[in-house]
Ligand binder design. Structure first.
Ligand code: PLP
Length: 391
């Protein structure tokens, strides 16, 4: 097919030319004497992405899933109780990984499309007078349903009942795109990945730990080696890595961090909010509901859009790809066939969003959804245009 693929899955995302160029270099000697001059400032600057002064950032060569494992194994011991809500495929998988790592997971079932149930968490934690629950897990942005949870609300709730559990957050599809304030919201562990808001290929997990979380390393009995924070710290603190670092990705990371900080994190968040508003305006014009039930939880990085019950959303994704070279996300497990997803995060601009919506609209029509061509694009353009009217 001529032209380019339009990548609108909710990760991996488009890699900016600047980042691609930064990675198009010969491999380097990671033991060279000047390597720390590259690595140390990178660790410092990454803190600004997590919005932390007190936390410590670790960079692992793994996908985001490895970051989950690092967060758990560095702070907990087998048999420890953790509290988690399951409201989508990624909160489900994090809970599954905790179980496999030997945790006693207290799972709160929440309908897909809803967010972290803070009141239910409070009820459970209030009854936990012996503080057996060691960690509260929150999937900040459930990528399967396009739902963002209120992290600040969870922190306020924990403080209001003086519960000492760690607050661990999966920010894989939020950090670097949606407001995330590690220190201000009292987050103890935050997990992110390279292939979403960081605009890089898959292959790095970024984990930020608070001082409280770091202090638990000495008593945490989970087996760990590759993901051990102390092993990393012993090398990272002088600007080295304990094993061969993913050099090419680190060069890309340096450039993507530069780009985010040059734009400014508040501006990055605002840009994502604007694009999300445009996509939601299109969905409304198509008269299709979002999977997210409550407007206050709508995600600014991914919209999961419900299709009429007689239509298979998988067919829409197929048609978008085959007919228009547009990659959309499908519905996962419980919502397979029922929703399709538009990822609107990372290196995007207005016209890229409109192109994706035009392709989506055509694929919707091709799949038998009764919409008027152009209505979604028009509604989104009205949200996105920045110029003054000449009339
Ligand atoms: C919220 C969330 N958590 C975890 C993951 C898993 O990350 P990875 O596929 O990088 O291991 C994803 C991937 O899409 C995700 O969106």
């Amino acid at each position: 097919m001529s032209g380019k693929n339009f990548l609108f899955v909710p990760g991996p995302t488009n890699i900016p030319d600047r980042v691609r160029r930064a990675m198009d270099i010969p491999l380097e000697d990671h033991r060279a004497g000047d390597f720390p001059r590259f690595a140390k400032p990178l660790f410092e600057d990454l803190k600004q992405i997590f919005q932390t002064k007190n936390g410590q950032v670790f960079v692992f060569p793994s996908s985001g899933t490895g970051g989950w494992e690092a967060a758990i194994t560095n702070t907990l011991s087998p048999g420890d109780k953790v509290l988690q809500a399951r409201f989508g495929q990624f909160s489900h998988l994090w809970a599954e990984s905790c179980k496999r790592l030997g945790m006693d997971v207290q799972l709160v079932e929440v309908p897909w499309g809803e967010a972290t149930p803070i009141d239910t968490y409070r009820e459970i934690l209030e009854k936990d007078s012996n503080h057996e629950i060691k960690m509260v897990l929150v999937t900040h942005n459930e990528t399967a349903t396009g739902v963002t949870s209120d992290l600040h609300g969870v922190r306020r709730m924990l403080d209001s009942i003086s519960h000492p559990a760690l607050l661990a957050v999966d920010g894989i599809s939020s950090i670097g795109s949606i407001e995330f304030l590690m220190d201000e919201w009292g987050i103890d562990l935050a997990v992110s990945g390279s292939q979403k808001g960081m605009m890089l290929p898959t292959g790095l997990s970024l984990v930020c730990a608070s001082q409280k979380a770091l202090a638990l390393g000495a008593s945490a009995k989970c087996h760990r080696y590759y993901f051990d924070f102390t092993l990393q710290d012993s090398a990272n603190s002088d600007g080295w890595f304990p094993y061969t670092p993913a050099m090419t990705l680190l060069r890309g990371l340096r450039e993507s961090v530069n780009m985010l900080l040059e734009e400014g994190m508040p501006q990055v968040y605002a840009r994502h909010a604007r694009y999300a508003g445009a996509v939601r305006a299109a969905a409304q014009a198509w008269k299709l509901d979002l999977c997210a039930k409550d407007a206050s939880t709508y995600s600014d990085t991914v919209s999961a859009i419900c299709v009429p019950s007689d239509i298979d959303s998988g067919q829409i994704v197929k048609n978008a790809y085959q007919n228009y070279n547009l990659s959309l996300g499908g519905g996962l497990t419980e919502v397979a066939g029922k929703v399709f997803r538009i990822g609107h995060l990372g290196d995007l601009n207005e016209l890229m969003i409109l192109s994706a919506l035009a392709g989506t609209e055509m694929a919707l029509c091709d799949s038998g959804v009764d919409i008027e061509l152009g209505c979604g694009v028009g509604a989104a353009a009205a949200v996105l245009r920045v110029g003054q009217s000449s009339s």
